[in-house]
Design a binder for this molecule. Sequence first.
Ligand SMILES: Cc1ncc(COP(=O)(O)O)c(C=O)c1O
Length: 440
Amino acid sequence: MIIPNLPGPKAKAMIERDGKVISPSYPRGYPFVMDHGKGSEVWDVDGNRFLDFMGGIAVVSTGYSHPKVVKAVQEQAEKFLHISSDFYHEGWIKLAEKLDEIAPFKEDALSFMTNSGTEAVETAIKLARYHTKRSNFIGFTGAFHGRTMGAVTFTASKAKYHGGFYPLMNGVTHAPFPNPYRPVIYRRKGEDDGEAVVRYMENEILNQILPPKDVAGILVETIQGEGGYIVPPDGFYPALRKLCDKYGILMILDEVQCGMGRTGKWWAIEHFGVEPDMITSAKGIASGLPLGACIARKSVMDWAAGTHGNTYGGNPLSCAASLATIDLIENGFMQNAAEVGAYAMDALEEIKARHPSIGDVRGKGLMIGVEFVKDRETKEPASELTERVVELGYERGLLMLSCGKSVIRIAPPLSMSKSEMDEGLKIFEDALTAAEKVNK
Ligand SMILES: Cc1ncc(COP(=O)(O)O)c(C=O)c1O
């Protein structure tokens, strides 16, 4: 069913006011103006109901305004809103204890709390330099790590994130991210595309451009998000771990989008059987309240008092929301993400069989990418078709977001039910069918 006259009159009026006072740099999608949400459903200011396949860019892990998260925030708000990171409070300690318990390495974990993903990445960059006393890094093409000066230097998913902002941070070299659907490095017999990339990094980067003794860390999104929801091949992380161990380089994983139960495990790296030295988290960690964390092995987070800090680190409201969120993820939603994700992957394979414009379906848990191509042989990205599907989905009551050149990401709340997934996929296929007709 197509929702008539989108955006409605109230939404239109607000968008006009917004345009007069909000920075024009925000990359707005379609004209959705939020009124309220519940679970995986949202309503706009004109009373139109939508199902949500994007969860506020993979943030609303427990669904919109889960009563347990709301209650935790309300109770904390009654007590105190802020104390500053110069002092102590129990919510902050409890959260760090929980992060230590679920961190993807055996060694004890220490956490530095931040207000966002990019600040968590910034923390990891600074800590890596401080700990190793080395200054250079390797990042990956297609990566998104945020937009502050350090993080944006690693970000390499769109040239416009760099344009106009030079000089960026010194000392970042990019390697190609291992993309099994679009490999760029020649694969030797017996290697997978991930192992081929690590061989390239050692032979072409560390031996020819960047001496390993000057490299503090390798920063990588465990599953690439904004760059196209790309799952690297199984051989990549074991080979990367070996490379890091060989040269004393820190393995830093950005789990801001793929972590916190989204892939059906606490951290995406758990799918690959490798332990990193540091991870960054944010987005789904607190169901939408601003919170990030840089979680590092105790032996790595060795900086002295005063070397790094922030005013709002361990904000009591965010910590309360996070503890309630983690509890919900642990007690059902992570399992649900695994089950509903597998169910959606099967359904999407069936949809792919009916639509040659779908080149690839990939993902883990509720982090799924559907890549559109003009031709399955040439794999030429179908960017216009992708944006059209997003737009026609919106008109039919489904919120989606694209990523990469021609990928739609499916990243709903981890609480999404199978029947909601069915409803969403039905709209998705209707939108795709309509978009394919327009594109002919
Ligand atoms: C993998 C990853 N890292 C870092 C960030 C930056 O997080 P924030 O927007 O909270 O600064 C994002 C945001 O999309 C992300 O997806």
